[in-house]
Design a protein around this ligand. Structure first.
Ligand SMILES: NC(=O)c1ccc[n+]([C@@H]2O[C@H](COP(=O)([O-])OP(=O)(O)OC[C@H]3O[C@@H](n4cnc5c(N)ncnc54)[C@H](O)[C@@H]3O)[C@@H](O)[C@H]2O)c1
Length: 463
């Protein structure tokens, strides 16, 4: 079949895979190829068990794969054939040299720019899908211009706003699609080609066009604002625990103000995921680079508050369990950084496990989707303390003989568990620390548990 356009995506990760699957689904006349340097990841995209868990994704991949969606490691061939190239490689926080711990590590991204100039033999539209520091497109253009001068490249910014766990829904019904371009004739023409793709299923009024730098910076700002709300309510949860105010009642009352809105006002053990922390730190680094120290300090506090919330949670477990968890079994319910994903990058559960192991607790981790990733995340901790960590897919077994359960991920199935059965199988006094406030605390108390929610009254049987 002759396709109308060839789309290539470099990077078959949490963003590249689902985004391209949805484009392939909605644009059957476009050929969409997703390439990666990681052969294992590509093999898994081509297998029955795709490498990431997202509700609804499996079905879309099965429907489109081999029809107009292809996964391969043939990067050069893909670049040659493509009209539009999305770059969706990882941009983690730099761990070395200048800006270590703050700045974006752009080495993967830069390698793709070099690969493009080595392989391209016709004009291309390059779309930044990765989250990048503002003005990165300028650097991309400089690299591309160093190649064959007869080939024209137009760089667009099209940041991805999907949230893991709801990626398919977010891609099918996005609040908005943002496309940034140079405000030149060529820039606008390239932007129009990208608008045309999304217009297959996204209403025109939800497709926003902007200048390139606004689009790049908007993504960092959106993540900073979302994380800020979490840190804000978490800060208030600490105050609630001291004053007997109830954070859920506060969220409800405050969220009813239409200027504030009700979303992202749930307290928790802190945010995780691959993006919030790295994107805020990147924003902080950029602000400091322009000597905007007050701006940098302001945003950095969002990350510090998150670290505080995670520490507070562990400290509370130790304190409430009579100041020692050494030799006690603690079952961690959930390891993914949020429900409906197997992703554990920056999951607060990593910190919680490590700290409990430092306190010499026996930790049993359970999670419906994230145990493989949890094993990898805890590899070095396990080398130091191999007897203190184990993994158990069944939450009932995980809780057997435990002194405490700490709920870390808001999986729906944890709400449905038979906590009477769990209580009976545990050591007494039995503790439960609800790091997501999703359980029925009063009922748990009546069952016999000592219950510690976040930012709410605790229920204990102690005098
Ligand atoms: N995960 C999210 O929820 C999310 C949401 C919005 C935006 N983003 C941003 O999207 C980008 C990608 O994130 P992700 O979560 O998909 O990352 P990921 O780590 O899951 O995937 C990135 C992929 O790029 C591949 N890659 C790296 N260098 C390459 C190269 N030179 N050539 C070919 N492939 C290469 C890696 O092998 C990997 O498979 C990041 O900038 C991230 O900040 C992520």
């Amino acid at each position: 079949m002759k396709f109308e356009k060839n789309i290539l995506c470099i990077g078959a990760g949490y963003v590249g895979g689902p985004t391209m699957a949805v484009i392939a689904l909605k644009c059957p006349t476009y050929r969409v190829e997703v390439v990666d340097i990681d052969q294992d990841r590509i093999d898994r995209w081509n297998s029955d068990k795709i490498p990431i868990f997202e509700p609804g994704l499996d079905k879309i991949v099965k429907e489109t794969r081999g029809r107009n969606l292809f996964f391969s490691t043939r990067i050069e061939k893909g670049i040659k054939a493509a009209d539009i190239i999305f770059v969706s490689v990882n941009t983690p926080t730099k761990t070395f040299g200048e800006g270590a711990g703050m700045a974006s590590d752009l080495q993967h991204w830069e390698k793709t720019a070099h690969k493009i100039i080595e392989s391209a033999d016709s004009d291309k539209i390059i779309v930044e899908k990765s989250t990048l520091p503002v003005r990165t497109a300028e650097a991309m253009e400089r690299i591309l211009k160093a190649g064959n001068r007869d080939i024209k490249y137009e760089v667009l910014s099209n940041p991805e706003f999907l949230a893991e766990g709801t990626a398919v829904k977010d891609l099918l019904e996005p609040d908005r699609v943002l496309i940034g371009s140079h405000q030149t004739e060529e820039g606008k023409k390239a932007a129009a080609a990208l608008v045309k793709i999304y217009a297959h299923w996204v209403p025109k009024e939800n497709i926003i066009t902007a200048n390139l730098w606004s689009a790049e910076l908007s993504k960092l700002v959106a993540n900073a604002f979302l994380a800020q709300r979490i840190s804000s309510i978490n800060a208030i949860s600490a105050l609630c625990e001291k004053t007997d105010a109830d954070v859920a009642e506060i969220s409800f009352a405050v969220g009813r103000d239409s200027r504030i809105g009700e979303k992202f006002l749930r307290p928790s053990i802190g945010f995780g995921g691959s993006c919030f922390k790295k994107d805020i730190l990147n924003l902080v680094y950029i602000a400091r680079g322009y000597s905007l120290n007050e701006v940098a300090d302001y945003w950095e506090m969002v990350v510090k508050m998150n670290e505080y919330q995670k520490s507070r949670f562990v400290q509370r477990i130790v304190r409430e369990m009579f100041n020692t968890v050494a030799g006690k079994k603690i079952a961690l319910f959930g390891f993914a950084f949020k429900a409906n994903t197997g992703d554990t990058r920056e999951s607060p559960a990593i910190f919680v496990t490590q700290k409990l192991v430092e306190e010499r607790a026996f930790v049993t981790v359970t999670d419906p989707e994230a145990l493989d990733n949890a094993r990898k995340d805890l590899e070095s901790t396990m080398q130091m303390a191999p007897d203190l960590i184990c993994f158990e897919p069944d939450p009932y077994k995980a809780a057997e003989d435990a002194h405490a359960v700490a709920l870390l991920t808001e999986w729906e199935e944890y709400r449905q568990l038979d906590f009477e059965k769990i209580y009976k199988s545990m050591k007494k006094p039995a503790f439960i620390f609800d790091g997501r406030n999703i359980l029925d605390h009063k009922k748990l108390y009546e069952t016999g548990f000592n219950v510690y929610p976040i930012g709410k009254m605790q229920y204990t049987h102690f005098d």
